[in-house]
Design a protein around this ligand. Structure first.
Ligand code: SF4
Length: 443
């Protein structure tokens, strides 16, 4: 039996694609291994959101080749870099044997079999088959208790800095009845928490309403949330949300259904309307803050997280200070912050990258300070509070420790036995750290 080792970079969509690829390969007679050195085939699932990640791939393949002294594996590249670069990857990176795009994951076994039987330069960046099976991977998920379920793929938004619409193609939504069927199946198989995922999950727009008719509400996504909540699965999370399509009825659904978790990830990117317009984000800061106000007014105490870019072309000091002000106002539990770097083949690449690297670093550090200050204050509210936590793994920090996530998507560490894994427990929070909380189980 040939052994396949998979390495995944990037977002939850990539994790989900890797799970699907592992499931397909195992079904087709391959063994999925966690030992890279013994593998006959190494597949790298790539991310292209940052150009740096792409460059890392080049050195990574080189290292793989060097490491594999005894046994030279077949090397395949899949994911966004594969989709964007296609055939040119063979020229750019010595030692790549096959390239498989984001829409060809269902045909992974062909790529591997063809390459193992001696074909060189196998390339598949074609479209999905019409009868593509969207069923979520069941045998090779990253966790037995948590499942990522893609409900929408691709993106139509074309934010000027972003490569995703080019690497993942146009938006396509799965039907609501398929989603509900899969959630019911996951629940039967012991999954406690399902993440509905997509580049902009709340832009969900299925071609037909089948499966949603009985749910009142305005947007298709809020109706889908209600339908998924009605399956009775213990926890539902969703990410990433696109601000322009984030309607109040999503918060109404969270307010009314306990199993829709109290966490929203809503990337703002900038606090300046001028910069938001240059980014083509489709929302103003006033509209964004109105959504934040609605979320904060929820009795569910919804945790907020976001993404921010500093130093976008044309960002002046006053624009940047608007971002700092916005961060102080919103009170994010966490913000993923990035210094802008031009990504080839995006519209922003043509703009003048006029904020100097030194200035970007200064702004980044100032924003980090502001966010840390706000976050420290924000997280104090969890001290002595009892959170419902799903223990997912043994903690790497102690022999008898467990790690899991709360409904508000905080990482929580606590003492506990392995029998608790997969069982939702009440944990009183006793210590707050920047990236995680610590606590004790309430008997
Ligand atoms: S919404 Fe904008 S940032 Fe998000 S994936 Fe689409 S183009 Fe990229």
């Amino acid at each position: 039996m040939k052994k396949v080792y998979l390495e995944t970079f990037g977002c939850q969509m990539n994790v989900s694609d890797s799970e699907r690829v592992s499931t397909v390969l195992a079904r087709d007679g391959f063994e999925i291994t966690s030992d890279q050195l013994s593998a006959d085939v190494v597949i790298i699932n790539t991310c292209s959101v940052r150009e740096k990640a792409e460059h890392k791939l080049y050195s990574h393949v080189g290292r793989l080749r060097k490491k594999a002294k005894l046994k030279m594996p077949v090397i395949g590249v899949m994911g966004c870099v594969a989709q964007l670069e296609g055939e040119t990857l063979f020229k750019k990176i010595q030692g790549v044997d096959f390239v498989l795009g984001t829409r060809a994951v269902g045909r992974i076994s062909n790529a591997v079999n063809e390459t193992l039987s001696g074909r060189s330069g196998y390339l598949d960046v074609g479209e999905r088959e019409d009868d593509y099976d969207w069923t979520v991977a069941d045998t090779h998920r990253h966790s037995p208790y948590v499942a990522f379920l893609p409900i929408i793929e691709g993106c139509n938004k074309f934010c000027t800095y972003c490569i995703v619409p080019f690497s993942r193609g146009r938006e396509r939504s799965l039907t609501a009845s398929d989603i509900v069927r899969q959630v019911l199946e996951l629940r039967r198989n012991g999954v406690k928490e399902v993440h509905l995922i997509g580049q902009n999950v709340n832009s969900y727009r299925p071609q037909t309403d089948s499966g949603l008719e009985q749910f009142a509400g305005k947007s298709a996504f809020s109706r889908l949330l209600r339908a998924v909540a009605a399956t009775g699965i213990e926890r539902v999370k969703f990410t990433t949300s696109f601000p322009r399509d984030f309607r109040d009825d999503i918060v109404d659904a969270i307010d009314e259904h306990e199993n829709l978790c109290n966490w929203v990830h809503l990337p703002v990117q900038s606090g300046s309307n001028k910069v938001l317009k240059a980014m083509k984000r489709g929302h103003t800061i006033e509209k964004y803050l109105a959504k934040i106000d609605r979320i904060k007014a929820s009795p569910r105490d919804i945790a907020l997280t976001t993404d921010i870019i500093v130093g976008f072309p044309g960002e002046t000091e006053p624009d940047f200070l608007d971002t700092v002000k916005m961060v102080e106002y919103c009170g994010f539990d966490m913000a993923y912050m990035f210094k802008y770097s031009p990504r080839p083949e995006t519209p922003a690449y043509e703009m003048s990258d006029d904020v100097s690297p030194a200035e970007k670093t200064l702004r980044f550090m100032e924003l980090e300070r502001a966010q840390k200050h706000s976050q420290d204050r924000q997280l104090q509210k969890y001290l002595n509070k009892v959170l419902k936590v799903l223990p997912e793994t043994a903690s790497s920090r102690s022999d008898s420790g467990l790690t899991g996530h709360s409904t508000c998507h905080k990482i929580v560490n606590f003492e506990g036995s392995n029998e608790m894994l997969g069982q939702i427990v009440d944990v009183r929070i006793t210590e707050i750290k920047t990236n995680s909380l610590f606590g004790e189980v309430i008997k």
